[in-house]
Design a binder for this molecule. Structure first.
Ligand code: HEM
Length: 461
């Protein structure tokens, strides 16, 4: 007898959202993204469906249990968003790979960003911070952001690319141009016809050729370096690392991943540091305690302050995944294949039930307890959590320590700077205006000037 095959029909259930035309929702979200998020949250609660520019219809979530479920689900069910960053950063970039390939790359590239490696990099950070801060004017206003950008760029070029001499000089000029153009082009289609060297895509390809030539020189020099084993830079570690089957990373994988580390790590860290200047000038009591702590060789309050800066001013306001399975049950919802889910870092960090007095800047909230992994999420979470989180926290810690040790940062009663989107990251609208005075030279106290002051909690964050 003929039997009907089992047909499994799953009903899709999405959170409610505004009924305004898609176009209007997109324009509003483009013009005032944070305001729209706050408004949607007030109206619909912690989950809503919204049309966002570029991605289209997205489910936005900010409930810790749902966020935890999304972050910890297997990549076969939900993985990174395929927005084709491969065109910009290369097909081997973390942002372009998924599944097993992604897992294997993480296995090779997580170790260079942890443990004793970080201690080795902290010397570079202190050197770069001291050098840059020596150029700061005293007693008059300047924007901290350009300075922070130079520090974090040089740190990545030296600690990650292992660049030195002419390569360092060339990359210092080329890479900021390349990343700025790349972030603008990330969402524009590649034209079918070649519009030549002076078109934006033509320029992007020319930059990439220049970049490839420099990376080839760096790789060739590293391969001939008799002391390669003793080097700590990430490029040297990449060249020596092996997959489970004993094979090495290919030249193209190395080139794409180096570029990815720079694109992901340079501006994010610099903008957070600019917010540090902006926040601390408006909280003189915290500033006073931080300076006292630096003088005594401590680090606990500084680490708590960095956590609180990232909570109140997360430079990346959200991250996203895309459903890869036929459907996914996420908390209260059943999502169809292809559905984009955005985690709003911004909304979660402003949730009063998670952080009482959420709008207050209060580093003391993290003095004795580490934040929860799925509530404090400036670095995202799960298998896609930022690979450079510990590196970034070490870097911010050392830059801030150098600033507080060598300068008095003048407090201000001016209103806080507004959030300004730079495309990749949010920065203070005026660049984090600073006014500094050099402190008289002091004898370092025991433990000061080394990273021994970084506590386990700070390093783990
Ligand atoms: C304050 C500084 C930083 C912030 C706020 C930040 C934030 C983030 C966020 C939100 C993600 C997405 C995570 C997810 O989707 O769950 C991410 C991914 C990533 N970040 Fe960072 N990041 C910072 C610094 C760095 C640094 C210094 C590096 C490297 C030198 C780096 C390298 C990466 C890479 C490679 C990924 C992709 C990981 C993957 O897909 O497996 N980031 N970061």
């Amino acid at each position: 007898m003929y039997q009907r095959p089992e047909v499994c029909v799953t009903t899709v259930t999405l959170p409610a959202g505004p009924s305004a035309p898609r176009f209007a929702q997109g324009i509003m979200t483009l013009a005032a993204p944070l305001w729209v998020m706050r408004r949607m949250r007030r109206r619909y609660g912690s989950a809503f469906t919204l049309n966002v520019p570029v991605f289209g219809r997205a489910v936005v979530i900010s409930d810790p249990a749902e966020v935890k479920q999304l972050f910890t689900t297997s990549p076969e069910i939900a993985d990174n968003l395929d927005i084709n960053l491969g065109r910009i950063l290369g097909p081997h970039s973390f942002f372009a790979i998924s599944g097993d390939t992604h897992k294997q790359q993480r296995k090779l590239l997580v170790p260079p960003f942890h443990g004793r490696r970080l201690r080795a990099y902290s010397g570079i950070v202190e050197e770069e911070a001291t050098r840059e801060m020596a150029t700061w004017p005293q007693g008059r206003e300047f924007a901290a952001l350009p300075s922070m950008m130079r520090i974090t760029l040089n740190v990545i070029l030296r600690a990650v690319f292992g660049a030195d001499g002419s390569e360092l000089a060339e990359l210092r000029v080329l890479l900021p141009r390349m990343v700025t153009l790349g972030s603008r082009l990330a969402t524009t289609p590649v034209p079918r016809i070649d519009l030549g060297r002076w078109s934006p895509w033509g320029r992007a390809f020319a930059y990439r050729r220049e970049y490839d030539a420099i990376v080839d020189r760096l790789i060739a020099a590293a391969r001939q370096d008799p002391d390669l084993d003793a080097r700590n830079d990430v490029l040297a570690l990449m060249l020596q690392s092996r997959y489970d089957d004993g094979s090495a990373m290919s030249r193209d994988e190395i080139a794409d991943q180096l570029l990815t580390l720079l694109a992901a790590g340079h501006e994010t860290t610099a903008t957070t540091l600019a917010w540090a200047v902006e926040r601390l000038r408006r909280h003189p009591e915290i500033l006073r305690r931080l300076t006292g702590e630096v003088d005594e060789g401590g680090a606990r309050l500084r680490e708590a302050t960095i956590l609180e800066i990232q909570r109140t001013r997360p430079v990346i306001d959200g991250t996203a995944r895309q459903v890869r399975a036929a459907n996914m049950n996420l908390g209260r919802w059943t999502l169809p294949k292809g559905q984009i889910v955005m985690v709003s870092i911004y909304l979660m960090h402003n949730d009063e039930t998670l952080f009482p007095g959420a709008r207050r800047f209060d580093p003391d909230r993290f003095l004795d307890s580490k934040p929860d992994t799925y509530e404090w999420i400036p670095f995202g979470g799960g298998v896609r959590r930022c690979i450079g989180a510990a590196f970034a926290n070490m870097e911010m810690n050392v830059v801030l320590r150098t600033l507080l040790r060598d300068f008095i940062l003048e407090p201000t009663s001016e209103r806080g700077e507004r959030w300004h989107s730079r495309g990749i990251a949010y920065c203070p609208a005026k660049g984090g205006i600073a006014v500094v005075h050099r402190r008289p030279a002091r004898q370092p106290t025991a433990g000061q000037g080394t990273d021994a002051t970084q506590t386990k909690a700070g390093a783990a964050a």
